[in-house]
Design a protein around this ligand. Sequence first.
Ligand SMILES: Nc1ncnc2c1ncn2[C@@H]1O[C@H](COP(=O)(O)OP(=O)(O)OP(=O)(O)O)[C@@H](O)[C@H]1O
Length: 642
Amino acid sequence: MKLKSLLPILIAIAALFALPLFIHNPYYIHLVETILIYTILLYGLDIVVGYVGQVSLGHAALFGIGSYTAGVLYFHFGWTIWGTIPASIVVTSIFGGILALPALKVIGPYLAMVTLAFGTIAQILINEMTWMTEGPLGIKIPKPELMGVPMTKAEYFWMVSAILILSLIVVDRFVKSQIGRAFEALRDSPIACDCMGVSVYRFKVIAFVISAAFAGLAGCLYAYSEQYISPNTYNNELAVLFLLGIIMGGRKSRLGAVIGAAIIVLLPKLLDDIHLFRIVASIIAIVVVVGAGMALSKKVTTPRRVAIPIAGVVGLAAFSFWLNSISDWRLSIFGFMILLVVYYLQNGIVGFAKSFYQSIFGKVKTTRGGDAEVVDDSISFISAVGNQNAGSELLKVDSILMQFGGLKALNNVDLSIKRGTIHGLIGPNGSGKSTMMNVLTGIYTPTAGNVLYAGESVVGKTSSDIALSGIARTFQNVQLFGEMTAIQNILVGLHHTFKSNMLEIALHLPRYKKEEADAYARAMALLKFVGLDDLANEEARNLPYGKQRLLEIARALALDPELLLLDEPAAGLTAPDIKELLRIIRKIRDNGITFILIEHHMDVVMSVCDTVSVLDFGQKIAEGKPAEVQADEKVIHAYLGT
Ligand SMILES: Nc1ncnc2c1ncn2[C@@H]1O[C@H](COP(=O)(O)OP(=O)(O)OP(=O)(O)O)[C@@H](O)[C@H]1O
């Protein structure tokens, strides 16, 4: 990291550590300490919510499990903090793994309900298991000892601050590593993620476990901070507040978690004091009016769009001066503020601030993970498979039947794909081509029949295992990881090249650094091969459609496949784009890679395919050289209906 960007962080850290030296009121120190502890929890929650895109209302319970692990171990066994911290992390991680199980089956509101139920059950159990938790009476815990002497409030504050900084470094390294990329990929397209060899099941569980570990750590620190724990603290209202912290602060942002934690700790206090509320409401109104004025002068927004937020914040400021006491209005104001933030700042405060800054002062250059723009020409874009055994059978599809209820989407289809060839699969709409792709890549398990790849059956294997065995694919409806940049998309495809574990990532050990550097160099070479090296740091969703298709091919190549399945790669492409696509396909084939190509553009099929199989109503009606198939009566009949 450059000194210029490191300086504000160092100043913030110095200010944090200096705080107890200048503020002697323990109330304020405790308030900031609570924000720091909640921030650690939100770092973990952000992994599940921001990166993986799952809703969890079970994190208050995980927080409670962390606190109670520390409390019970101290109360019954006299453990010190040096034992309770790792114990809280381990115990809560196990519960995180349990919480992940429903996330493998359900998503969205259903997952929210299941995690809410988990929270309720955990709270009831803590309450009822009095023999262990002392039930509603709670447990008192003294401040931890340092060399036999209890820590002062300032010393404990420093310890929490140090743990927060460590957590920040570890989380930041995780989310920028291959693990973080896997999390983001499974949020954007679980199917493509699996087909890139990154198991959605595995990484969902890993995300919940890491997230729970941070909740457990935060819970343990909270127990010593409060010096008393009771079941009521860890209720569902707290779970909602944690989720709000992420939404309001801004997901996928370390600063956003700090802001979110500050909001959920300070907002209730702010709404207790009318004078403080007036000051803050006025500051917010001034900031919003000035910001809107700047945006209007730069013409990046319209008066209509800013009218309601301006009216809202100015109205709130005026209302604060009209009020004599705030106590009756607390909840209404709280709700109104949440409504404004969630509706108008959908990417949270940090996300909004970033896009506001970009629209006013121009785009900030984002490079994640190093010198992504540099292409090293000595790196091959492809791991050449070689042309040995060319012409031998690579894939055998044996009497495949795929039935959806009464519909036979594939009916006893046989295929034989030879190494080093381009095998076209054509047929009218609904004839079963994409279904065949899905069977070959493990998305569908066939009703009957077998698929042998390099002599081994792939039926019953998971999509990620099939991908890792050497079958890569693209999709009819492009399935890129939209919120990730072009280079990050390729890096997900290169996930299989990483062997480093979490410790190596957290400590940035040499093996991880080398793997990351090698992967970046290879990803740039792949981008250059498809002509996208200039767009390496552009988010995939912002690329033109034709370039998205090329990026999908480059990502599939990152898997080092022996067999590449392209599902309508020319769909939606312009004539020059199609020409470029054909050049790319031929070059890949020259490196020994075998293709199955589904395509409606007959000129593409005729110009590159060695063999063509034709499907109609789930049955193979013809097979042979392109020209033979084109002249076949049954094929003409299937396409033209005459
Ligand atoms: N998951 C599914 N459930 C039920 N029916 C399905 C499913 N997937 C495919 N089908 C049906 O199977 C048949 C074959 O569909 P498929 O998408 O494989 O055709 P296709 O040849 O790829 O068509 P197109 O060229 O339009 O993409 C269609 O009738 C389709 O509705």
